[in-house]
Ligand binder design. Structure first.
Ligand SMILES: [Zn+2]
Ligand SMILES: [Zn+2]
Length: 237
């Protein structure tokens, strides 16, 4: 048996064994066959588009003219309200266990949000960049959830995905910190690793809360003379 085929067979056997011990069932309704079934995907609540600076409603998710600066994203699109218990459960499963099939479901929800805002053509010349993990965290977790989402979005939207950022500081999880500490925690945590002059960038992450991380990265990209920078996440709040 050729090596590749052997590897595929072993992977399939491994998945079958995992399914026996942990049968695949919907995280919301408990019915089997998918981690997020089609019915629950449709019935999950949706988050209203908000300015990522003041967190107030904004058409198309565009950052309000008075809120936009060299230190902020120019716009932000999201799909699900993170405060909802089912959403929190889905995102946690996606982040901490290797449930990579969830990446497809979440990416579809993100694309649905883009379409609902009529932004599909607007993003036609954008490059997707996932928010990177620190190499040490990546080693521990084994995968970068934002990278998985960026890859799915890239193939479904037919846009390029690039790893244009590096994480230079192994920060504490933002969720554990208050607003002020979040800012200090994330300052100087990233660096731009590739030429981005004049480019349009769509940052990809799983969750945004206050938007501190995404705005910090937008600041760096604008210092590196990016043309425009938007962000998209699966959940917000
Ligand atoms: Zn379900
Ligand atoms: Zn605003």
């Amino acid at each position: 048996m050729p090596y590749n085929q052997l590897l595929t067979t072993l992977k399939a056997l491994g998945q079958a064994a995992t399914d026996l011990v942990f049968p695949v069932s919907c995280l919301v309704c408990g019915r089997e066959n998918a981690y997020l079934c089609a019915r629950c995907t449709d019935s999950l609540p949706r988050q209203k588009q908000q300015c990522l600076v003041c967190q107030k409603p904004s058409p198309f998710g565009k950052t309000h003219p008075d809120c936009t600066s060299r230190n902020t994203v120019d716009g932000f699109v999201t799909s699900l309200p993170y405060s909802h218990p089912d959403v929190k459960k889905i995102i946690t499963a996606f982040k901490f266990s290797f449930v990579d099939t969830l990446a497809g479901s979440l990416a579809s929800l993100m694309i649905q949000a883009i379409r609902q805002q009529g932004l599909q053509d607007y993003f036609g010349k954008f490059t997707l960049i996932p928010v990177p993990l620190h190499p040490r965290r990546l080693k521990w977790r084994g995968f970068n959830q934002s990278q998985l989402l960026a890859d799915k979005l890239a193939s479904q939207l037919n846009l390029p995905a690039a790893s244009g950022l590096i994480r230079t500081k192994n920060t504490k999880p933002q969720a554990d910190l208050d607003r002020e500490s979040r800012k200090t925690n994330i300052t100087d945590a990233f660096a731009v690793a590739k030429e981005v002059t004049g480019q349009k960038i769509l940052l990809v992450d799983d969750v945004a809360t206050t938007g501190t991380t995404l705005n910090e990265i937008a600041k760096l990209l604008k210092q590196a003379h990016v043309g425009e920078v938007w962000a998209i996440t699966a959940a917000h709040g």
